[in-house]
Ligand binder design. Sequence first.
Ligand SMILES: O=P(O)(O)O[C@@H]1C[C@H](O)[C@@H](CO)O1
Length: 396
Amino acid sequence: MTGYNNSNGGEVNTASNGNGHSNGHSNGHSNGNKSADYTAQENPTMCSKDCCSGQGGFKPGNTCAPKKGAVSSSDEKIVPTPQSLLKSNGKIQCDLTPDELRALRVLNEDTYPYEVIQEIADFITKGAGVRPKIGIICGSGLGSLADIIQDARIFEYEKIPNFPVSTVEGHAGKLVVGTLEGATVMAMQGRFHFYEGYPLAKCSMPVRVMKLCGVEYLFATNAAGGINPRYGVGDIMLMHDHVNMLGFAGNSPLQGPNDPRFGPRFPALTNSYNKDLINKAIEIGKAMGIESNIHVGVYSCLGGPNYETIAELKALRMMGVDAVGMSTVHEVITARHCDMKVFAFSLITNKCATEYNDKKDEEPSHDEVMAVAKMRQKDCCELVSRLIRELAMGSA
Ligand SMILES: O=P(O)(O)O[C@@H]1C[C@H](O)[C@@H](CO)O1
């Protein structure tokens, strides 16, 4: 693998992709500082704190009453709100404090207001005592990337105010802040996926938290299926572009009102993956003796949680996709929107069949994904830490 440049022989572009977004304009997102009166009309599916926490806390889809219009099975009873809970003005009494109510609203809203993200970032930077420069998102089974961080301050997602929780095996649900190879870093041991029930903006919300913590570089990693027939299990594909299948279907983490404090309404994504970092990673791969296992390619994210059909994989291949997964793209979009530099790679954990066959052992499974990630975590950690060392030394 020689130096990467996808611009047909032009110079490697070292310029940052400043998208010139303005600061200081609010789009007037309110922060939920309303009274604790919570009308049934505002959200017909919510009830009291005790009821929701009885179902394991406030989580996506954690509703306590059937949605309006839902068909109930014959043995289910619809229990009307007791009159004793209704105030004379028709509002339901709520025993949540204003802060709890606000947290409930934030967790149930699709987008996080700037101020809430700022509060999360303040909580982390104050707790850690540093402002990290590099953000790392660990893919499935690649959480050990965060284990190599020194002077680590660990925040469990559950304890970070207004943070979602990780629900997938191989995603520990911890944020680790510290230093790595001389650089201040924050790493997510566990990301949020669309298939967990989170809207895309919520899946990639931590990227905005990183930005407000001071992060300039996003390193995103993932486990993916190799569609390119040249890719082997355990190979690493440096992402130089993506195909946003969820975007084709009209879904985006940037959907909804745009807050210009993060970035512009219509961001360009043509130079999303930093070419200098790709070239440095190729050099590092050579120095590590794994050159033949390193590729540069195109990743595509589907919604999951099911793996793809043969027809879907054939279609993706025809579209120029080299590896397929269920994450990363919305994180990259969010990072580029707020002008972060991005480096991302896929660990190829399985080869995707593009021809029909009946071989059960060729079907992908999360167990296989986790096993391959475990096997290859050492090289992935070394690649990331050497790249960060180059950044810290100012040579990348
Ligand atoms: O979080 P990533 O994208 O690394 O995880 C992949 C996609 C699914 O979450 C899971 C499937 O095995 O691995």
